[in-house]
Every structure is written in structure tokens, then in C-alpha cells.
Design a protein around this ligand. Structure first.
Ligand SMILES: [Fe+2]
Ligand SMILES: [Fe+2]
Length: 143
């Protein structure tokens, strides 16, 4: 049997990851669209580029979940746009922390299940999320 036997818990965690990725991809692109302040010009471009990365994460995780026999959710977690740039970026930094926590759990569960490909996928995604967290917390230092 070629396909790894994914546990129900891992499939559930992957769907929670997809819901988060859908949330932040919409959240960051809408923050990009809604933000018009002068001091936010550099942040605006950053938000767009991170939003695209998050959508690629959603796709890659959905491909993996479908391969493992699950059905990828289409429902994002609640989206937060925010009224001020500081409010937006504070929320985004917290969302990245939540993602990092969840993806460490997924890595541990994939390791338990002996699912090397899911481990590999989430090592890459976790690297991106730590980079996003670093970007948002660095931006906050300047606010
Ligand atoms: Fe992501
Ligand atoms: Fe991220």
C-alpha cells in the first residue's frame, strides 16, 4: 500500500491549517487594499506578497489532505481587517504565532504517523510562518 495511513487527528489538523491559511490570505490582501496611509506604503506591498504565500500554503496543504483521503474545507477562520495599521499588524503577528503553534503540532503528529512527506511540507511552511512573524514583529517595533 503506497499511501501513508493518515490518522483522523492528522486529517483534522490539516483542515484546521487550511482554514487558517484561507483566513490570512484574505485578511492580508484586504488589509493591503484597505490601507491607504502614507506610512504604510512599504507595509502595503509586504501584505500583498505574504497574502500570496498564504494562498500557496492553502493549496499545498489541500493537495496533501486530498491525497491522504480527506476533504479540504472551504471555510476560513474569522477574518480581521482592522482600523489602524498598528491594529492590523498586531493582529497579524498574533495570527502567525497561532499558525506556528499549530504547525509544530502537525509536525509532531506527522512524525508519530510516520508521514515523512507531510513533515517535509510543514518544515517548509513553518519556515515561511516564522519569517512572517519576524516581519510583523519588526514592523511593530517601528510603530
Ligand atoms: Fe501560511
Ligand atoms: Fe504566515
Amino acid at each position: 500500500m503506497a499511501k501513508p495511513q493518515a490518522s483522523a487527528e492528522l486529517l483534522d489538523l490539516l483542515n484546521r491549517a487550511i482554514a487558517r491559511e484561507l483566513q490570512v490570505s484574505i485578511q492580508y490582501i484586504w488589509q493591503h487594499v484597505m490601507w491607504s496611509g502614507v506610512e504604510g506604503i512599504a507595509v502595503k506591498d509586504e501584505l500583498k506578497s505574504i497574502a500570496v504565500t498564504e494562498m500557496k500554503h492553502a493549496e499545498a496543504i489541500a493537495e496533501r489532505l486530498a491525497y491522504l483521503g480527506g476533504t479540504p474545507t472551504t471555510k476560513p477562520e474569522p477574518i480581521f481587517v482592522g482600523a489602524t495599521l498598528k491594529e492590523m499588524i498586531e493582529h497579524d503577528a498574533a495570527d502567525e504565532e497561532g499558525a506556528i503553534e499549530l504547525y509544530r503540532r502537525i509536525l509532531a503528529k506527522a512524525t508519530d504517523d510516520g508521514d515523512v512527506v507531510t513533515q517535509q511540507l510543514f518544515r517548509g511552511i513553518l519556515t515561511d510562518e516564522e519569517g512572517h512573524h519576524d516581519t510583523f514583529t519588526s514592523l511593530l517595533e517601528g510603530m
